[in-house]
Design a protein around this ligand. Structure first.
Ligand code: TMP
Ligand code: ZN
Length: 405
């Protein structure tokens, strides 16, 4: 029997995607034979409402000196983080000598706004390559996993934090208890924690099941976040939906009773009841829609292949690993995937072993169709790939449903 990693209740997976490679495990041909696979299964806890992976992958396998994701790779995300930094900076305007910590600070894209303004700050990130990129920008960075011990060491050196920020990070943390204990130790009595992650309600609503992969150990909602943080004396005081990453939620958290809750929290809780996010049947319906989506995508790609059309993937995202492997998409159906990340180019996609090529390869000889794996960046990509459209290229999407146009 498996147990919920938040409240300890018995849980059963509602969906199994079968054996999956590391979502970000882009590899060379000589590494195919030693590629590791994990069972990707996802469960809903009826007691605390946390949706979670049942078998988390050891973090050291995912977050290391070659983590191939750089926040600064997307201009829209960079702008989003600059706006968030400005909001946090404004809330700290009256704090003398404010101290800001970002957990999962990646290449320092967000904290740069604080470092350039001379605000005391510290990034924490276990992946050495991105941590070094942050330091090169003048962002002070501690290269390690964040837990209670790390929090105590930070407090000894810098004092407690007025603000803790974490974007697309907490859902990656296997041990939420070590994380919450660290936050409790690090946050000033009146301080605020602001974090955002892909939102469960959007994943269910859009059938964006490609958000489910090894690095995403949890799929948060207001209900499950409250259940997780409450034993640590922390409460959600605001929740604001964000359009990024195909639907994210920004939660603001404080020590209980210190700041009044804003209207966003009650509104979100009401919406979650309306969506029945606390009910098991929601997840059996979700599973059925995932299976239907797989059939539709496989049918479309097979038909295009039979018609002799050339299809390329656009964006070698971690999300694409779930789609490619769960749908059984082979290099026969998708010739290559184009991606801007130098660390991925020249390698092969995990499991499906589809070659990753630079945008230059895509621009040099457009395929007939491009399967948009980076659908969460559709606006940015559509704006810069107008020549592909003018050349008659078609975009294939699978969120919220499989379409070609
Ligand atoms: P993400 O969905 O996790 O943000 O990853 C986006 C991936 O897509 C990342 O590997 C970079 C790639 N990408 C492109 O290749 N071209 C683009 O224009 C954008 C925005 C992203
Ligand atoms: Zn639970």
């Amino acid at each position: 029997m498996r147990r919920c990693r938040v409240c300890g209740s018995a849980i059963e997976p509602f969906m199994s995607f079968g054996p999956m490679p590391l979502a970000n495990g882009f590899l060379r041909a000589e590494e195919f034979a030693s590629e590791a696979f994990f069972d990707l299964e996802v469960a809903f806890c009826e007691r605390c409402a946390m949706v979670q992976l049942t078998e988390p992958v050891p973090p050291e396998l995912m977050f290391h000196e070659q983590y191939p994701f750089y926040t600064s790779g997307s201009t829209l995300m960079t702008a989003h983080f600059h706006r968030l930094a400005a909001e946090v900076a404004q809330s700290l305007a009256r704090e003398p000598d404010a101290f800001v910590v970002e957990i999962g600070s990646n290449d320092g894209t967000l904290l740069q706004a604080f470092s350039s303004g001379g605000t005391r700050h510290l990034g924490v990130d276990p992946s050495r390559n991105v941590a070094e990129a942050a330091r090169a920008k003048g962002v002070e960075t501690l290269c390690r996993f964040f837990d209670e011990q790390a929090a105590r060491e930070i407090v000894l050196e810098y004092g407690q934090a007025d603000a803790i920020i974490a974007c697309n990070c907490f859902c990656h943390v296997g041990d939420l208890h070590a994380l919450a204990a660290g936050i409790r130790a690090l946050l000033k009595p009146g301080g605020l924690l602001v974090f955002e992650d892909p939102y469960l309600g959007d994943i269910v609503r859009l059938t964006s099941y490609d958000q489910i992969y090894d690095e995403h150990a949890y799929y948060f909602s207001a209900g499950s976040v409250s259940a997780w943080l409450s034993p640590y004396g922390l409460e959600v005081i605001d929740a604001q939906p964000q359009a990024v990453h195909g639907g994210s939620m920004r939660y603001t958290v404080a020590r209980k009773g210190v700041h009044p809750a804003r209207a966003g929290v009650a509104a979100l809780r009401a919406e979650e009841s309306r969506m029945a996010l606390q009910a098991p049947h929601t997840y059996s319906l979700f599973r059925r829609r995932i299976e239907q989506s797989r059939e539709a995508l496989r049918d479309l790609l097979t038909r295009l292949h039979q018609q002799g059309k050339r299809v390329a993937g656009y964006g070698a995202t971690s999300k694409s690993t779930t789609i490619l492997n769960y749908c059984g998409i082979t290099p026969e159906l998708i010739e290559y995937i184009t991606d801007t990340t130098p660390l991925k180019q020249g390698k092969f996609s995990p499991g499906a072993h589809i070659p990753v090529r630079s945008p230059a390869a895509f621009h040099f000889d457009f395929p007939d169709c491009a399967l948009l794996f980076a659908w969460n960046h559709a606006e940015e990509i559509g704006a810069k790939e107008t020549a592909f459209r003018s050349a008659g290229g078609k975009w294939i999407r699978y969120v919220p449903r499989v379409t070609i146009e």
